[in-house]
Write a protein that binds this ligand. Structure first.
Ligand code: MN
Length: 293
């Protein structure tokens, strides 16, 4: 199933062009008091929610996908674990373009390690990526997003996909520069997740998905997750060796070649096979200032 969060925090199931309102299924989430349980509670209770929807049915559509406001489907993601340098041709372009590498030789992913993006940077497709530092290069990085479904630690490669709740399209927006990745990639709005969470049963093989982003109608990145250096199982295994992974944690799996700068007014059209597509706009931060003031 394709679950979206739309309009005023309604839970939807997307079928074709339509959204069905299944907010009733959120009753599967028990009330909680401080300190709230860790994890995105929609994802924690996803199995019960799916069961409730299958039992009650979708009913008639609430509207068309194109007419609702799509939000980030995992609003309480505890963390975003992200893979750098995970497509060979992106490493090649980074070496060739000092605007990406800043003159540093890229490490192999096993040496570079994973990095963390702040979950407060997350937005959905119908919000706007506001360029915070217009004097700095800001790039789109289209990535497959993996949403962890169950708390896990030290997961083996063979079991890794058992801990995945689903998949979504992710954008790892990036200010180029010499600072730490987490600093440059955690700006408000610089992590986009959408247009919905596709449950893992719909994508038995996440390592063979076409992905593409067009900027203002022009294709910039076009690849397939088969080109990942560390595949999805490896990323779950490795990430869970370093951190306990919680329901709603997002793994951004790395970006293929074709990253390029964006500016206010740009329109990004992103698509990943078996997930769908989303369009997001680039805007300007309301009080954008020179970054080195
Ligand atoms: Mn990235």
């Amino acid at each position: 199933m394709k679950f979206c969060r739309y309009n005023d925090n309604k839970l939807g199931v997307v079928e074709g062009e339509n959204v069905h309102d299944v907010s009733y299924a959120l009753e599967a989430i028990p009330p909680a008091r401080w300190p709230f349980p860790r994890g995105d509670q929609f994802v924690v209770h996803l199995e019960a929610i799916v069961k409730a929807v299958k039992s009650k049915g979708l009913g008639s559509p609430a509207g068309r996908v194109a007419d609702v406001i799509l939000r980030n489907p995992v609003p309480n993601a505890p963390k975003i674990v992200a893979a750098p340098v995970n497509y060979q041709l992106h490493i090649k372009e980074s070496i060739a373009d000092t605007g990406i590498s800043m003159g540093r030789a890229p490490l192999a992913i096993g040496d570079a390690g994973l990095f963390l993006k702040s979950p407060t940077s997350l937005i959905g497709p119908d919000e706007t990526i506001n360029v915070r530092f217009p004097d700095r290069r800001t790039d789109h990085e289209l990535e497959l997003g993996v949403i962890i479904g169950k708390t896990c630690s030290d997961v083996s490669r063979n079991d890794a996909l058992d801990y995945v709740a689903g998949y979504a399209i992710a954008l790892d927006m990036t200010v180029r520069g010499k600072e730490d990745r987490s600093f440059r990639k955690s700006i408000d709005g610089y992590s986009v997740l959408g247009p919905w969470l596709v449950t893992a049963d719909e994508i038995p093989n996440p390592d063979a998905l076409d992905l593409e982003i067009k900027v203002n109608g022009q294709t910039k990145q076009k690849s397939n997750t088969k080109n990942l250096i560390y595949d999805i199982r490896k990323l779950v295994e490795w990430g869970s060796q370093w951190y306990t992974l919680y329901p709603g944690d997002i793994i951004m799996t790395g970006t293929p070649e074709g990253v390029s700068p964006v500016q206010p007014g740009d329109v990004l059209e992103c698509s990943i096979e078996r997930i769908g597509s989303m369009t997001i706009r680039v805007g300007a931060h309301r009080s954008a200032v020179a970054s080195r003031a």
